[in-house]
Design a protein around this ligand. Structure first.
Ligand SMILES: [Zn+2]
Length: 477
């Protein structure tokens, strides 16, 4: 029997890796082995340590990778897989490939910087501290990427083909509809990746990509994310409250620091700030987008017009490129980034990583967390075990670069900017299914989130639903 094995994002929200083996013998050796997503583990050390282990399936025996989207918890382990001997094609949508082209080298670069920092300050137990992969290694893996357009059928092997359909999560994000032929029968497997907000624009202000994942799906086996399985999003418009937080911070003479994913989330937030400034709801303070790929990120964002929602199209028509806005600065070099540190006038700083697991946001927070005039503004999901989660949860101190930093800044959390569907939205989407899957496996959720979503699906849909376990193998019947 062909089987699926959950090699990551099972029992946690990071490290997405799902293996499909077409093998008909129990050893699995004879089958075609496909990996859907190849994400990095982030958050608790117990999970992060798995990034350093060998692939549970020898990398050289994996035949292909299909990638749902460009978030690091879905693609960030690709350079490591290649380093361990993977040499097959990596299929992704064109926007996802563009995003990976800057995000993966950036991820390698950050790891080199962090390792160098630890070696300089001798703060690591490991001597010397090493990067998981380097900038050059990440760049080298880009040669394996192969573009596949949404809706286009792509043959993988005689028994399997797939096509991408819209997930509406971030730019280029897709679900994978996989058709698997076994013993003369075709089975449809649907891997959702991360699922965006469902339809109604009002519940997701500033949403960039067209609203809603592809509806009326059919699947025999559904492998579905459950990040927000236990938490409905607030429904009210966050903008008035957001404006109030920014105004108050500026009045105190403080700075607003926003940890955000560098592509899309940052641009979406920039457009929102621009609108609030133009309407006079917030003062015109300097805004810094601080990322080594700040300019490229805007360019990719503006390139993929086919992905926009009507709102995004209107905003771009009205305001043009953020690169031309007065008062908005895009810092790419370390020197430009350091200059932001020197400024003590009120400003807004947006920097990555979004969960403070690495990147320049660490410098900004180390410098500005101890000052009660400042505000840290969270607009994205924070996985347990990440620094972002610690700060968001009201801790009084946090370790950054091995130093204990006291947290005296104000903390503001907005869940409305989420790019994940919440439970009512997920159910709304599942109700559009043309037929009921024979089994659903929930992945990509903390245990409580997955089990709450399972209960909801049982009572609302009466489907067979299981929570996937790490390393578990399930037969595709
Ligand atoms: Zn994602």
């Amino acid at each position: 029997m062909p089987y699926i094995q959950f090699l990551g994002a099972a029992g946690t929200v990071t490290g997405s890796k799902h293996l499909i083996n077409t093998s008909s013998d129990a050893s699995g050796k004879s089958g075609f082995q496909l990996l859907i997503d190849c994400g990095m583990f982030q958050g608790p050390k117990e999970w992060r340590e798995r990034n350093w282990q060998n692939s549970p399936i020898p990398a050289g025996q994996i035949d292909a990778v299909v990638l749902t989207h460009a978030h690091l918890d879905h693609c960030g382990w690709i350079p490591r897989l290649v380093k361990q001997g993977f040499g097959g094609p990596i299929y992704a949508t064109p926007p996802t490939i563009d995003l990976c082209g800057i995000l993966l080298p950036d991820s390698g670069h950050l790891q080199e910087e962090d390792a160098a920092f630890y070696n300089r300050t001798r703060k690591s137990k490991h001597n010397p501290a090493l990067p998981l992969y380097t900038f050059a290694e990440a760049q080298a893996c880009l040669q394996y990427f192969r573009p596949v357009q949404f809706g286009q059928a792509q043959q993988l092997c005689p028994e399997m083909e797939f096509r991408f359909v819209h997930a509406a999560h971030i730019l280029g994000s897709s679900m994978v509809e996989l058709t698997l032929k076994s013993n003369g029968v075709n089975r449809r497997l649907l891997f959702t990746g991360d699922i965006g907000r469902v339809r109604n624009q009002n519940v997701a202000p500033g949403k960039v990509v067209h609203t809603g994942p592809t509806e009326h799906e059919t699947a025999d086996v559904l492998v579905m994310e459950s990040t927000y399985g236990n938490r409905p999003h607030p429904k009210e418009d966050p903008r008035p409250q957001l404006a109030a937080v920014i105004r108050q911070t500026v009045q105190r003479g403080g700075t607003v620091i926003v940890p955000a994913f560098a592509v899309e989330r940052t641009q979406k937030f920039l457009f929102m700030l621009k609108e609030l400034m133009e309407s006079g709801e917030i003062p015109r303070v300097p805004v810094y987008a601080d990322s080594p790929m700040a300019i490229q990120a805007v360019e990719i964002f503006l390139k993929h017009t086919e992905e926009y929602s009507d709102t995004t199209r209107e905003l771009i028509g009205k305001y043009g490129s953020p690169l031309d806005w007065p008062g908005f600065t895009f810092a790419c070099t370390p020197e430009e980034s350091k200059k932001i540190n020197d400024s003590h006038d009120p400003s807004i700083i947006i920097s990555s990583s979004g969960m403070v697991t690495g990147g320049r946001i660490q410098h900004h927070l180390a410098q500005r967390l101890p000052d009660p005039r400042n505000t840290v503004l969270f607009i994205g999901f924070q996985a347990p075990g990440t620094r972002g989660y610690t700060i968001k949860s009201g801790a009084r101190e946090v370790k950054i670069y091995g130093e204990t930093v006291p947290i005296r800044a104000q903390i503001a959390v907005f869940e409305q900017f989420s790019d994940h569907a919440d439970p009512p939205e997920l159910l709304e989407w599942l109700h559009t299914f043309a037929s009921k899957p024979s089994v659903t496996y929930l992945v990509h959720g903390e245990p409580d989130a997955s089990s709450k979503l399972r209960e909801l699906m049982l009572s609302d849909l009466h489907w067979e639903v299981q929570v996937a376990q790490y390393m578990q193998k399930v037969e595709v019947r």
